[in-house]
Design a protein around this ligand. Structure first.
Ligand SMILES: *Cc1c(COP(=O)(O)O)cnc(C)c1O
Length: 453
């Protein structure tokens, strides 16, 4: 009755990413130009992204080939293992079968290199010298720094100031890979200077850091911008996770009834669930799909489905998504990767179509779940991943209550080895579940752009 590992040989590494748009009953609403409020033409994105990425962003093709150089890099840690958590099942005394896909085996310890490597490759193909980006806790920044080092591209990372100060190890990891890391808001951009003039002590936010990174790319013809979540092409690259899981579950002769993932911007969640949702939409087996988000940043469960900016500086196109408002600065909590104000438009769209559910949990109950998991399975989850663990454990306990066996698969999107301060705070009883500020949300939502449409 031990934990079982399902491996695929390298030759079984999927050759394509899966594009959910091909199978949707209705397409997601288009991004809008913030000035004209007209649907955004692909040309408008050209200063920011390479052509190949823009083509993927607007593609409706079902299968998109993973370029051979990207697959070569993937092979270092992919296919990532799928485990059946039999020790956890025993601890929970549940009739459920619990599986998890473990993305912590990548060099930077999370799912993020799946898209970082692809994005660095396409930028290199188009002669880009430098990529600017933002990072919260540092997982995305370190993943892009790793990918940039492989393809000979300079990487400049705007890191949310509070994390820059609190998480020096990920900063050092970015430096190790050769990237430059700047605390945001910074005085190197107009947006940063404007915010510092108003709020000299601003702790920063992902929305602000995005504005700074976008500004740098917009002003320099040799620099492009990269985003680590939210956009269609990022979700596309992450579907290698679900494509592998489909094959691995065949080996296990099983199929999920329930899929669980944590959601910040939605990319690791989408990466796992989209290939399964595609099977369902093409007439195959139905799955219950559950997103787990932090109660302190609850875009799917309490945000509004509306057109909003992706950043605080209001430089990005308007996208329709579940949003807490671009001015929303979430209270401090340890899952830094889940602090974004919005949700991927594609994830928001399937939520509106009734194809998935979402729940929100407070951080202490998520740490409790993560510790139960670590004691059973040995792997210490990232604070973000603890949300998925909590969701999966609650589903398994529900099976026990109802006396039914279901197959549950969740995405263990990263390890927490760089987040030990969060665990130390938990053990010291210092973690607080911030009461959710309804008034702050109302204020931020009042700032949503008014569209006469
Ligand atoms: C970045 C990150 C997240 C949140 O981003 P998504 O796009 O929602 O996946 C979650 N977990 C880990 C480990 C991360 O690094």
């Amino acid at each position: 009755m031990d934990t079982i590992k399902y491996v695929l040989s390298e030759e079984k590494l999927p050759r394509t990413w899966y594009n959910l748009v091909a199978d949707l009953p209705t397409p997601p609403p288009p991004p809008l130009h913030p000035g004209t409020l007209q649907p955004l033409g692909p040309d408008a994105l050209a200063p920011l992204f390479p052509q190949a990425i823009i083509a993927q962003e607007v593609s409706a093709e079902r299968e998109i080939e993973i370029p051979e150089p990207v697959r070569q890099v993937y092979r270092q840690w992919r296919p990532s293992p799928l485990f059946r958590a039999r020790r956890l099942e025993r601890v929970l005394d549940t009739p459920a079968r619990i599986y998890y896909k473990y993305e912590g085996v990548s060099p930077s310890g999370s799912h993020k290199p799946n898209t970082a490597v692809a994005q660095a490759f396409y930028n290199q193909q188009e002669g880009v010298r430098r990529i600017s980006t933002e990072t919260g806790a540092g997982q995305w920044g370190s993943s892009l720094a790793f990918a940039g080092s492989l393809f000979g591209i300079e990487v400049q990372v705007f890191m949310v100031k509070v994390s820059y100060e609190q998480k020096p190890y990920r900063r050092a990891l970015m430096q190790t890979y050769g990237a430059t890391c700047i605390a945001s808001p910074s005085n190197t951009t107009e947006t940063g200077r404007r915010i510092l003039a108003e709020h000299p002590d601003s702790p920063g936010s992902l929305g602000i850091a995005i504005s700074e990174a976008v500004e740098v790319a917009a002003k320099d013809p040799h620099t492009k911008y990269a985003l680590g979540s939210v956009l269609n092409h990022v979700l596309l690259h992450q579907t290698v996770i679900g494509n592998e899981a489909l094959l691995q579950l065949e080996l296990a002769d099983d199929y999920p009834d329930v899929l669980v993932g944590c959601t910040g911007g939605g990319s690791n969640f989408a990466g796992l669930i989209f290939p399964f949702l595609g099977v369902q939409l093409r007439g195959g087996r139905k799955v219950r799909i559950l997103a787990v988000e932090p109660a302190a940043c609850p875009s799917l469960t309490r945000g509004r489905y509306a057109y909003d900016f992706g950043d605080t500086g209001r430089l990005t196109p308007l996208v329709k998504m579940h949003t807490l408002g671009a001015d929303f600065i979430p209270p401090g909590f340890h899952a830094g990767g889940l602090r974004y104000h919005g949700m991927a438009p594609l994830v928001s769209h399937i939520k509106e179509l009734g194809l998935m559910d979402a729940v929100a949990y407070h951080q202490t109950e998520c740490f409790e779940a993560g510790i139960t998991f670590a004691r059973a399975e040995g792997i210490l989850p990232a604070p973000e991943a603890n949300h998925a663990v909590k969701g999966a454990i609650d589903e398994a306990l529900r099976c026990k209550q109802e006396g039914v066996s279901r197959t549950i698969l969740f995405n263990l999107c990263g390890h927490g080895h760089f987040d030990m301060q969060a665990y130390m705070d938990y053990f010291a009883g210092k973690l607080r579940d911030q009461p959710y500020a309804e008034s702050a949300l109302a204020q931020s939502l009042a700032g949503l752009p008014h569209l006469a449409r």
